[in-house]
Design a protein. Structure first.
Length: 288
């Protein structure tokens, strides 16, 4: 079964939890499920922005945990590549870069680990998710509106975000792929990246990130939240599987093994601990 272009989830009246990039990190995936339970957010109000299988050691178990939980999962470039048997992850890394070379190892590993049933599930995932909440239209994409592996970071030019937003009929666009959480307000619209749970955010801490989107009387509150988990166990699993030491080290150091994809601003911020942040969206009629 091929992926539907879009999945419409309908209206949500209560808080949703959004996370990206499980990356085959079962320990982090179990931690975000436990966090949702602690917050009393049912799994029917959780959304994953894709890239279930990537750098870490347990891609199949991670995918199965999300499937068993019934969480809504978006197709990322990793699901697209693994599901359709592509030769590479389609991550958008520059050919011959360190990211590209490291990706070859974990992609081959994930390809062997996944079974046919999981690959079929990946092929059936939606490429866009839409919902409404507190008067806002929300759309979930992986990278960009048309390019699944487009990298967008907080420091990208306003014109780049405007270009993407022109292609999406939504007040709030929720994205993944980049691996660093951020919120970029644009006039009365917002581009929001929930970050990733499978790898740290290159901020020198082992924490990973998710978001809460909370309906309010007049609009929405968007919260970037950090999450602690058993990163030592995840790193040990990677080393036992013979996966690249750089990413195993990253789980404990919080520093990416390569900065090839980062713009200058994000590169300069390497090792600077991110703070939890809150943003607000209100309908234009409220602000008028």
């Amino acid at each position: 079964m091929d992926a539907p272009a879009e999945e419409e989830l309908g209206e949500f009246a209560e808080t949703i939890l959004v996370f990206g990039g499980p990356y085959g990190n079962l320990q982090a995936t179990e931690a975000v499920l436990a966090e949702a339970a602690r917050l009393r957010i049912p799994q029917t109000r959780m959304i994953c922005t894709g890239d279930v299988a990537a750098y870490c050691a347990e891609p199949l178990a991670t995918a199965n945990a999300l499937r068993a939980a019934g969480i809504t999962v978006l197709m990322g470039n990793c699901e697209e590549a693994l599901g359709y048997g592509a030769e590479s992850c389609g991550c958008g890394f520059e050919d011959g870069s360190r990211c590209d070379l490291l990706a070859d190892q974990w992609y081959r590993y994930s390809t062997v680990q996944l079974d046919d049933d999981c690959r079929a599930w990946m092929r059936a995932l939606p490429r866009r998710i839409t919902l409404t909440m507190a008067g806002a239209k929300l759309a979930v994409v992986h990278g960009g509106a048309q390019t699944i592996n487009r990298f967008l970071f907080a420091s990208n030019a306003a014109a780049e975000f405007a270009e993407e937003m022109e292609l999406i009929d939504a007040d709030i666009i929720i994205a993944g792929h980049a691996g660093i959480p951020f919120t970029r307000p644009m006039a009365n619209r917002i581009w929001h990246n929930a970050g990733a749970i499978g790898m740290p955010a290159n901020d020198g801490t082992p924490r990973v990130w998710y978001s809460l989107i909370v309906p309010q009387a007049q609009g929405l509150r968007l919260e970037h939240r950090s999450l602690s988990y058993d990163y030592a166990a995840a790193a040990d699993k990677m080393r036992r599987a013979g996966l690249a030491e750089g990413y195993a080290d990253c789980l404990t150091s919080g520093l990416w093994p390569s900065l090839d994809v980062l713009p200058a601003t994000e590169t300069a911020n390497t090792g600077i601990a991110l703070a939890e942040q809150t943003f607000h969206w209100r309908p234009a009629s409220v602000d008028a």
